[in-house]
Design a protein around this ligand. Structure first.
Ligand SMILES: [Zn+2]
Length: 236
């Protein structure tokens, strides 16, 4: 036995109620990964900071290496001059070479001071790296916890969605194919396919209905679609 227009409208309202619950669950299921993504971004931000610190530490170490080589060369010069000093014959030569040795030693000392300063900077940098690593571990822990929480929640939501979706075919099975196809098309386009008549207006888009259509909606004598938005109307 086929359904009366009134039964069709009542059934479509039930289908819509279910479809809206399912859509709300879908939104919640989709929203979960977004919450996780914000935690993942925090971890990525610390990673970027770590990479920057690492880069600077490498540069400082390279600077220290350069100065060490220069210090070695300067020390070589001191050694060579000391060697030469042993072979000088006159006082004047000796004074000259002593002064050269003193200057070379000053150069070695200067370089060693610089190396020390650079190594202090490296130490400070390494402390920052250690702190950033600790921060990263904390952010990772938060991310893992959020992911576990969201995964568990999504499991529940998916199960609830599946449980509710099971009932849909029973609701739609008796409906005329044309009514169901109109419903589905309008739902997809408008988010809501069955809306109440509000005085003389479609409450979906506030378009005024013809007297003829208003009468049909009030008596549920046929399926009435709003001429403007296509929504199916029912009397409140
Ligand atoms: Zn409308």
């Amino acid at each position: 036995m086929s359904m009366t227009p009134r039964e069709v409208i009542e059934r479509l309202k039930e289908v819509q109620e279910l479809d809206q619950r399912l859509a709300a669950l879908d939104r919640e299921i989709d929203g979960g990964p977004k919450a996780v993504a914000s935690f993942a971004r925090a971890v990525a931000a610390v990673d970027a900071k770590l990479a920057q610190l690492d880069e600077r530490t490498k540069l400082l170490r390279a600077q220290a290496k350069l100065r060490e080589n220069e210090a070695k060369t300067a020390q070589g010069k001191v050694d060579r001059l000391n060697e030469q000093a042993r072979a000088v014959k006159t006082n004047r030569e000796f004074t000259a070479i002593r002064s050269e040795i003193a200057n070379a030693k000053i150069e070695v000392g200067k370089l060693e001071d610089e190396i020390l300063k650079i190594m202090e900077a490296v130490d400070a940098q390494e402390k920052l790296v250690a702190a950033a690593k600790e921060e990263r571990a904390k952010e990772q822990k938060k991310l893992d916890a959020e992911r576990a929480k969201v995964d568990a929640a999504i499991e529940g939501l998916k199960k609830s969605r599946a449980d509710q979706a099971v009932g849909r075919p029973a609701l739609t099975s008796g409906l005329p194919a044309e009514a169901l196809s109109i419903y589905e098309r309008v739902l997809k386009a408008r988010g809501q396919a069955v809306v109440p008549l509000e005085i003389d207006y479609c409450s979906g888009c506030m378009e005024r209905l013809t007297r003829n259509d208003i009468f049909a909606v009030q008596n549920a004598s046929r399926l009435v679609q709003c001429k403007s938005c296509g929504r199916i109307l029912f009397a409140q």
